[in-house]
Design a protein around this ligand. Structure first.
Ligand SMILES: Nc1ncnc2c1ncn2[C@@H]1O[C@H](COP(=O)(O)OP(=O)(O)O)[C@@H](O)[C@H]1O
Ligand SMILES: [Mg+2]
Length: 366
């Protein structure tokens, strides 16, 4: 692809990102020297009416209709007559996605994680107000773009599996639900680590509150350095854990996070949709009082949470344990959470295995 000229208008310069749907390239406009991003679908033969093709075109319609500094600007949806496949021309963002940031930095300072989440919610809130559910909110789809005037702006990327649920009064023009469903209502779309439980049950249960859940998991990951269940060894194990109980409490993964922030994350990630914030706008309203200095971001803020903060929190947790005696990991978990603690489960499983192996050994020797 590198060096390829599209319709004598753009020349592909380099690859800048991959995802489920395709590859994003940096390209140069051949008329001026403008740089753009070009999203190109993974090559394969496409039949007319191919659901991926329809989604790709729908993504362009959605991104084109949503007006927010937190959603990338779509310049055009074009088609190269040579390949018969459409491609999206977008504003070129400089920076990195939050997946790359998490790999590079790990757990962020709580106030910085909140700023990022608040900006992402601003973009998502515009989508929700237009009746659009993103369905794939995760760090890799949130981009920290450098602004020309300095500072960083979070952009919500990848509306490739988004669903238009309804066109509410006042929705941007052009966003009407497709006449036929692009997703079989039993099909699961999204990324399991960040997916709401109802989304795992199929597309028809999904609404804005499913994005709120994924945003909660994303915030959890920014605070703790990784999402809950990141250590699951297989998809089966992950699914098993997701359906069998609440996620490991944030207080265990990141004890330095203030309780007021924890409360918001827990509500966003509530298993039942009814208990969550109703949409990204409502989650934003809950985050704002925790950000008295606003949600502006700068490059200097992208540093790991400092060891002193971590140490103090661990010391406080230690004191709580001492004060409460052995059973008092107590103040930290509900009895229900303790019963479902994965560590306990593993210990019990290992114990049972040891007994079974021991028995077999004894029986075989007889
Ligand atoms: N406009 C853009 N400018 C710069 N990088 C981008 C842009 N859009 C996407 N990317 C990068 O490409 C990656 C894949 O893009 P995305 O839209 O998520 O595609 P997919 O649907 O294939 O997952 C993103 O995670 C991001 O790092
Ligand atoms: Mg993506």
């Amino acid at each position: 692809m590198i060096g390829r000229k599209l319709q004598e208008r753009f020349e592909i310069v380099r690859s800048i990102g991959h995802g489920g749907m395709g590859t994003v390239y940096e390209a140069r406009s051949l008329s001026g020297q403008e740089r753009v991003a070009i999203k190109w679908m993974h090559a394969r033969p496409f039949a007319a009416g191919d659901p991926d093709l329809l989604r790709f075109v729908q993504e362009a319609r959605i991104v084109g209709a949503l007006e927010s500094p937190h959603v990338p600007r779509l310049i055009e949806l074009a088609q190269d007559p040579d390949v018969q496949v459409p491609y999206q021309v977008m504003e070129l963002l400089a920076g990195e996605d939050l997946g790359a940031l998490l790999d590079r930095v790990g757990a962020l300072r709580p106030d910085v994680a909140l700023r990022i989440a608040a900006q992402a919610c601003k973009g998502l809130a515009v989508a929700h107000a237009a009746g659009v559910v993103h369905r794939d909110v995760k760090p890799q789809n949130l981009f920290l773009a450098r602004k020309e005037e300095g500072g960083l702006l979070v952009k919500v990327l990848d509306f490739g599996v988004a669903k238009i649920r309804r066109a509410p009064a006042g929705a941007p023009k052009g966003l009407t639900a497709p006449s036929s469903s692009m997703t079989d209502s039993g099909q699961v779309v999204g990324t399991p680590l960040y997916m709401a439980p109802e989304q795992l049950e199929g597309a028809k249960h999904v609404d804005a509150r499913s994005d709120v859940y994924s945003m909660g998991v994303t915030l959890y990951a920014l605070l703790a350095g990784k999402p809950p269940h990141a250590d699951a060894k297989s998809l089966l194990e992950l699914l098993n854990r997701l359906v069998s109980g609440p996620p490991p409490p944030l207080v265990d993964a990141a004890p330095w996070v203030p309780p007021a922030i924890r409360t918001v994350v827990e509500r966003a990630m509530a298993a039942s949709k009814e208990a969550r914030y109703r949409d990204a706008g409502a989650l934003l309203e809950a985050l704002e009082p925790l950000l008295p200095e606003g949600a502006d971001l700068t490059e200097e803020m992208l540093v790991p949470v400092d060891e002193a903060t971590k140490g103090e929190a661990l010391a406080r947790q230690g004191q709580a344990l001492d004060a409460g005696g052995g059973g008092a990991a107590a103040g930290l978990h509900t009895p229900e959470e303790r019963r479902r603690s994965p560590g306990r489960g593993v210990a019990v499983a290992v114990l049972i295995m040891a007994v079974v192996v021991g028995l077999c050994w004894v029986l075989l020797r007889r």
